[in-house]
Design a protein around this ligand. Structure first.
Ligand code: HSE
Length: 339
């Protein structure tokens, strides 16, 4: 049966997943017997559209690319009505992250779960702030709340822990969790200025809608909170995680580190010691011989310290249109396979 999707948010990630779905349509059908229709999209810039038989996605991508409003299948329903009344069975919640309140995304996810629709999201708001509530609501309604895209874009982290690493106890997770700042630090080392490189990171779709979230470390703190809750099973609050960003790191600091055979990295970590879980985000000067020192650009890396395998490290893209779009595909396929 065709999976029917409603997308909330048609920005970087929303367009990314649509491009992937269109490009891989035949492959997904042949390899996984996966077929889809995007039946509804809501976006505060382009408008809300609904067609129970499937929207004209190529036209919508064209219109978004030209910064024009949608013109076909336009409805005057608000987001919640659209989620509840459309015939989709999965909500892809791809609106921008608000780590203070969770933003409207919390209401979007709640509405979908209450109406028996699965939720797949890259939005860190509902996940970092309300994971327990969302998971309980999903369980109650016999649907899934899947969040691979909230940590390290499509690089498998949540699914790695749930799948291949199941059975291992994880005592510590440490690594580079924010693509924007890692990209900025890498480019600053090559001589680019802070403001200039931040602008490029925004253009490349790495940075949050408000990039303060990246440079002050709040985005990485949200991810540390997600890992603490989901991987460690600890109900850690976002405010329990100590947080310092990269705003105080100057070009001089970067040069000095180079002189000492080292490199600045923004490091997020979660640790379980004597039953207590703690989390932190802070810049660290890492010796060049350390594996994390070689992780450059928008790449993320996470080392899981486990009881059965010792350290397991995963390195991969941490941000970007297609890279985060892929995280949505991976969770959509998971729903398809397990339905
Ligand atoms: N702004 C985030 C980053 C996007 O740079 O890592 C992915 O969560």
């Amino acid at each position: 049966m065709k999976q029917k999707l409603v997308l909330l948010g048609f920005g970087t990630v929303g367009q990314g997943i649509c491009e992937i779905l269109l490009e891989k349509k035949e492959y997904l059908k042949e390899k996984y017997n996966y077929e889809f229709d995007v039946v509804a999209v809501a976006d505060f810039v382009y408008g809300n559209v609904y067609n129970p038989d499937g929207l004209d996605i190529p036209l919508m991508l064209e219109q978004a690319n030209a910064k024009k409003k949608f013109t076909k299948d336009v409805v005057d329903w608000d987001n919640i009505k659209l989620i509840k009344e459309c015939n989709a069975d999965v909500l892809c919640e791809l609106t921008f992250t608000d780590l203070k309140t969770g933003g409207p995304a919390v209401d979007h996810c709640r509405a979908a779960l209450e109406f028996g629709k699965h939720v797949v999201t890259s939005n860190k708001g509902p996940t970092a702030l309300r994971y327990q509530e969302m998971k309980a609501l999903a369980d109650k309604n016999g649907v899934k709340f899947l969040i691979e895209g909230t940590v390290c874009a499509g690089t498998p982290v949540i699914n790695l822990v749930d799948g291949p690493l199941a059975g291992c106890k994880i005592s510590k997770i440490r690594g580079i969790l924010n693509g924007t700042t890692n990209y900025m630090l890498s480019e600053m080392e090559k001589g680019m200025g802070y403001d200039e490189v931040l602008k490029v990171a925004q253009e490349l779709g790495y940075a949050e809608a408000d990039p303060t979230g990246d440079v002050e470390g709040y985005d990485a703190r949200g991810k540390v909170t997600i890992l603490a809750n989901i991987v460690m099973g600890a109900p850690l609050n976002i405010n329990d995680v100590s947080c310092e960003g990269i705003t105080k790191i100057t070009s001089d600091d970067i040069k000095k580190a180079k002189g000492q055979n080292a490199r600045w990295k923004l490091i997020g970590s979660v640790e379980k010691k004597e039953g207590k879980v703690t989390g932190s985000v802070a810049p660290e000067m890492i010796d060049l011989s350390h594996p994390l020192a070689g992780v450059m650009g928008a790449t993320n890396a996470l080392t899981f310290s486990t009881d059965l395998l010792g350290d397991v490290t995963i390195v991969g893209p941490g941000a970007g249109r297609i890279e985060t779009g892929f995280s949505i595909l991976t969770d959509l396929l998971k729903i398809h396979k397990e339905s």
